[in-house]
Write a protein that binds this ligand. Structure first.
Ligand code: ATR
Length: 275
């Protein structure tokens, strides 16, 4: 039996087993299974050993271990190295390699769903897009990395300002704003915090001047619940909104492909499973 796993703490909410097991079945990998396991930091070393011993074939890593897992690995792909964030583990030529497929997932999502924004980002016109990122947690470096050198102005605000300033050391084009502040003009606003995971949680930043503007995109990395208060308020203001479902699926596509060499399809059924 080939065993795959997602580890995190908490892990209850993870929908990764649902989609990976769907693809395992769809592509006839009958001897495979994908499970979730709640682990403590002290268990990380052992998880890596299980991969070394072929007891586990592939592992996804989620909050709060994406950075903490790094010291136990033999090698990182270039994105994982730069972002210091690993979400996928796999043994290659007897080395346990940490990959970051979050960045790829976000990148692809922006390309697929927002070709205009992406084109504009890539353009050299003086009309630079203003992208406002809220939060500086584990996943934020993947988002910043995907947006880097795309010709946009990137603003970042985090409750703990020090964490935003840490990111700026690596991604110098970021402009750090005090918590609660925002850039005057926001073309895209991305929530990377965990605010909204619990129903009714609210980000206290005033976007009322964006009312009726369909060209503004409010993007939440959270996909469960499907519509956070942040997105609901944006929708009611008449702004464009998107949740993190596509990015979640896209990062899973890349992970599945690393492990199996199959590029799984994001079909209606897999989307239905998430809904
Ligand atoms: P980690 O920082 O361990 O990677 P995370 O869940 O990936 O954890 O990130 C949590 C993010 O949500 C952080 O940006 C966090 O802000 P702090 O760095 O100040 O902790 C943010 N966050 C969570 N709850 C918040 C709240 N009630 N108000 C403001 N920011 C919050």
């Amino acid at each position: 039996m080939k065993k795959y796993l997602v580890i995190g703490n908490p892990i209850e909410h993870s929908l990764s087993p649902l989609i990976h097991n769907y693809w395992i079945k769809k592509y006839g990998l009958t001897e495979s299974i994908y499970e979730k396991r709640e682990v403590e930091e002290k268990n990380l070393k052992n998880i890596v050993k299980e991969i070394r011993d072929d007891k586990l074939i592939g592992v996804n890593v989620t909050v709060p271990f994406k950075k903490l897992i790094i010291p136990f690995l033999d090698k990182l792909d270039s994105t994982a190295k730069k972002t210091e964030s690993v979400n996928t583990l796999f043994k290659v030529k007897n080395k346990i390699v940490g990959y970051n497929t979050d960045k790829l997932g976000f990148d692809l999502t922006m390309r697929e769903l927002l070709p205009n924004v992406n084109n504009n980002l890539a353009s050299t016109t003086s009309q630079k897009k203003n992208i406002f990122i809220i939060g500086a947690g584990g996943v934020t470096s993947s988002i910043v990395d995907a947006l880097e050198n795309k010709g946009a102005n990137i603003f970042l605000s985090n409750r703990t300002k020090k964490k935003a300033e840490e990111l700026k050391k690596k991604y110098t084009e970021i402009e750090v704003l005090d918590w609660g502040k925002r850039p005057q003009i926001c073309d895209v606003v991305i929530n990377t915090t965990s605010i909204g995971l619990k129903k009714g949680e609210k980000i206290n930043i005033d976007f009322s001047d964006c009312r009726g503007d369909q060209n503004k995109l409010f993007y939440d990395l959270i996909y469960n619940p499907k519509e956070t208060t942040f997105l609901q308020e944006a929708r009611l203001r008449g702004n464009n909104t998107m949740n993190g479902q596509k990015m979640f699926l896209n990062q899973a596509v890349y992970a599945f492909n690393l492990w199996t060499n199959i590029t799984p399809e994001i079909d209606d059924e897999v989307i239905r499973l998430l809904n």
